[in-house]
Design a protein around this ligand. Sequence first.
Ligand SMILES: Cc1cc2nc3c(=O)[nH]c(=O)nc-3n(C[C@H](O)[C@H](O)[C@H](O)COP(=O)(O)OP(=O)(O)OC[C@H]3O[C@@H](n4cnc5c(N)ncnc54)[C@H](O)[C@@H]3O)c2cc1C
Ligand code: SF4
Length: 339
Amino acid sequence: MMRLPWFKYHAPASVREAARILAAEGPNAMPIAGGTDLLPNMKRRQQTPAHLVSLRRVAGLKRVANGTGLTLGAGLTLAEVVGTPAVRAGYTALYQAAAQVASPHLRNMGTLGGNLCLDTRCLYYNQNEDWRRAIDFCMKRDGETCWVATGSKRCLAVSSSDTAPALISLGAKVRLESAQGEREMGLADLYQNDGIDYLARRPDEILTAVQLPDLHGWKSVYWKLRRRGSFDFPVLGVAAAVRTAADGTVEEARIVLGAVSSRPLLTRAGELLIGNKLSDEAIAAAGEKASSAAKPMDNTDLDLYWRRDVVAAFVGYALREIRGEDMRDTRMKIARQDL
Ligand SMILES: Cc1cc2nc3c(=O)[nH]c(=O)nc-3n(C[C@H](O)[C@H](O)[C@H](O)COP(=O)(O)OP(=O)(O)OC[C@H]3O[C@@H](n4cnc5c(N)ncnc54)[C@H](O)[C@@H]3O)c2cc1C
Ligand code: SF4
């Protein structure tokens, strides 16, 4: 049985108090929300903070404000996000992404903020300490070499959050708070293409809320590829959001890929659609463009080349669903691995 390392547990009641503890303890402290990612990582000694600052009892992190757009507190569990009527009604990509994270138990514990700050993943890293010691560790923790690309100066571990690509496609912003004050940034800017330094968030900052614009006139979807439909991490996520004119001409479009690099990948495929209707030809061209941008590495589940080739098909499924086609059979086939 793997045991947790020793740590000091803090249970602040406010964001200000949590921020003060994080500032005082420095990089030795980490926020913990549901703990569904951080605690297994600590058991495997991938992350060993001396102080855990719990956000579970912090007031205000479960706020839902529905005015011009939608504000979601970072402390909402994924089950609560899925159960928020405004999410289901107006932000389908987020609804579909959150509903497909892990399993019901994990969605009852795991939070939106934790999902957005999820550690990057790699087959050479998400292993217990003895396994990693046997390969002399790797650059992401305790070692020097990247075993996925031995010449690489950068860790290529994979961004595996389902809600991040969905929220980027929806144009979300996030609020960060620390003892130094508050700041806001586009969610896309929170991520860096570096498997170790994957967030632009400072260690003393708490992600407090996600802000979504009013998306009247937009349609959005999220498609996920994984081995087991019941609870696996994505090996590919495709989020698409499109705004069309009354005659069906695309006026704005964003297509974001998850699990193909160390950050969610906002592709230029959406730009190809602007000024066109969602014809088979336009959809195929967008799929090819997204596929050419995806450079997955051999460090997650399923065959590397197949994962890259299947990007175009998944972008096609997403855009056909936005076009109004009934894609339920295809979704069922993917869940049954009958592709
Ligand atoms: C078996 C299994 C399957 C899983 N499958 C999926 C999946 O399919 N898709 C998926 O996306 N995830 C998956 N996960 C990962 C995880 O369960 C979810 O991502 C979950 O949403 C993480 O949220 P949490 O609140 O538990 O985060 P925690 O574990 O508490 O924290 C995760 C990270 O975020 C930081 N953090 C948390 N909240 C904040 C905040 N408000 N501000 C700043 N930093 C913060 C923590 O310091 C930590 O670094 C899976 C996990 C397991 C164990
Ligand atoms: S991509 Fe390379 S450095 Fe990063 S976790 Fe995997 S093996 Fe380690």
